[in-house]
Design a protein around this ligand. Structure first.
Ligand SMILES: [Zn+2]
Ligand SMILES: [Zn+2]
Length: 116
């Protein structure tokens, strides 16, 4: 399938980077059409290779679907920097009977904490 020729390349890019937008990926494969990149990423999400993450109202990013080691995110409200957070242990979550779909904390990063 012609539309899938960038899948391997895209996965490689995601292995080097934590969170990326479709535009970020396109910048690294400039010879491909934006819509082709978009279709490839959407397919990779369907295949459970990538996960779509929505931060706030407007930030849509993708990352590797790491089934073995789930992590949460910390979003800085000022500079919009996003960092990985360690998830609470599954046993702790199971004890409460929750099924966590997203683990997102927001606030101020170290830099913004000092400057604001
Ligand atoms: Zn910040
Ligand atoms: Zn992440």
């Amino acid at each position: 399938m012609k539309t899938n020729i960038y899948k391997k390349e895209i996965i490689k890019i995601f292995k080097r980077n934590h969170l990326l937008s479709i535009a970020d990926v396109h910048k690294q494969i400039p010879h491909a059409n934006y819509s082709t990149i978009y279709r490839n990423i959407r397919q990779l999400v369907k295949d459970d290779k990538l996960v779509k993450q929505i931060f706030g109202k407007h930030i849509i990013l993708y990352e590797i679907n790491d089934i073995k080691k789930h992590h949460g995110h910390f979003l800085c409200n000022i500079c919009k920097k996003i960092e990985k957070l360690e998830m609470p242990k599954n046993e702790q979550i199971a004890k409460n009977g929750y099924r966590v779909q997203e683990y997102l904390l927001t606030g101020l990063c170290n830099k913004c904490k000092i400057n604001n």
